[in-house]
Design a protein around this ligand. Sequence first.
Ligand code: FER
Length: 551
Amino acid sequence: MNCKKSLKAAAVALSICMTAVSGAVSPDMLKSNSKITANALNANDFDYYNNFESGAGDWEGRGGATAAVSSDNTYEGSKALYVSGRTDSWNGCQIALGSQFTAGSSYSFSAAVSPKGKKASEMMLSIQYSTGGEDQYGHIGSLTVQPDKWGVISCSEFTLPADGSNFVLYVETASGSSDFYIDEIAVGAVGAVKDNMTFGTQLGDIDGDDCITTFDTAMLRRYICNQKLSAPAAADLNSDKMIDIADGVLIQEYLFAKIDKFPDPPVVEEPEDDFEYIKNMQFKEFPGNYTQNCEQAGKVVKEYYTSCHGGKQTSANVYLPYGYDENQKYNIFYLMHGGGENQDTLFSNDVNLHKILDHMIMNGDIEPMIVVTPTFYSSNEGDFWQELLQNLIPHVEGKYSTYAESTSAEDIKASRYHRAFGGFSMGSVCTWHTLINAIDYIAYFMPLSGDSWVGNSNDEKAQNIVNAIKKAGYAPDEYFIFCATGSEDIAYPNIAPQVEAMKKHTDTFIYSSDLSEGNFYFLVAPGKTHWWGYVVHYVYDILPSFFHEHQ
Ligand code: FER
């Protein structure tokens, strides 16, 4: 493991430290290596050491985060530093390095870290310093750690830049803002790393040194004995998601050449996320402050494009969530206005959809997503789907980062589980047309306060929708229609009987608001009339249930 680096070379050196080993590990790699893991080191061996047993010392929150000693989860001893209230990945905890640490000198660094939550997190040990009055940032090391487990980020030699001053050591994450713990943080002489925890990626290369040796057996023993530790997948030799004695037996057999490879990992289905749907959803209003300004405000940008209908210039508004990052993929929701309205209606001060989305995202009701408000007036509500497919989707999704790998029809189809279309009133009419004509490209539909105009009777309308779905060849778990209106809405007498007619097609529509079980639901808000001021609450109710199937 070569962790020797200075800040200038940090990016390159990191790739040396962290790059995955590719290719098979062959038996001739079964050589011993000379790595020394200095597990015998203790507090006195370091220039700086804190295990938080007697308080936080000079550690403090970074950004808006709070850092406080906690005994809820510790790497060793009975206390650790708990970092919470983060709103961005660079938030975390920090300490100014004292004057005993000098610019241009090299030190070893290590920190035990444990992310809270549901997902593994790439934890980073970083440094801030100034050169010529400018703040600079660098990364000493990083490690991807399983949630609620511990890993140790370490670097055996890191040089503080010679032209730097005011060094501040901090812990952050590569992305996300979940809480985390740190414990046993040490800075010392070059090479003085207490618990080396580099990870290999090749099955059996547990310590990441490109070979399978008794050092890997020793590492494996450590993981088996201490289940608090975040073990790499490379240690799960029988791929049963447990690091236990069965893995110990396998590595012994491998080292004694009784086996020449580890069992093939099972082919696993892509995991569904663990979103909890609401069964039999009832209308619920969003909290009162959701239409107020939000401290994590997204951005609304106007996009101009040409419609295939008569080559007219038109525009749509695109809501980009707070912290929009073109390197991430976003679900996308197209939401259409009603009769007499336009593409600006939803993001106006009347409806404030942008502020509602800000709050929903900040509070975790929905993942950050892109929301587009177009208009059908460059076409008409019945033909808008053509403009959507030919012009709007390619324009918006060619510019902003969605799950569409490109704007080819194939790639738009391939990303249909990450795309939704909805609308109010005439926008709902437009939504039913879009469902009938563009189900290949969109999996989620939200018709609000408006019926389908394809067919004369309700039975005919239902049949036309069924025919379109059958013709496209989708199974009931491959499309989702979540309708809503108010019981006093003028559209209620139109949409309610259509929903009843659709329910009769039990092979096509499975009625449930739990979209892991069904694909069709009708939310009725007691007493509400035909007005965005009510309808926007239906968006709040329904949108969290979208985008969780076929991840
Ligand atoms: C309906 C569908 C559309 C409806 C009204 C409309 C009253 C739109 C009316 C308009 O914009 O003028 O089911 O029910």
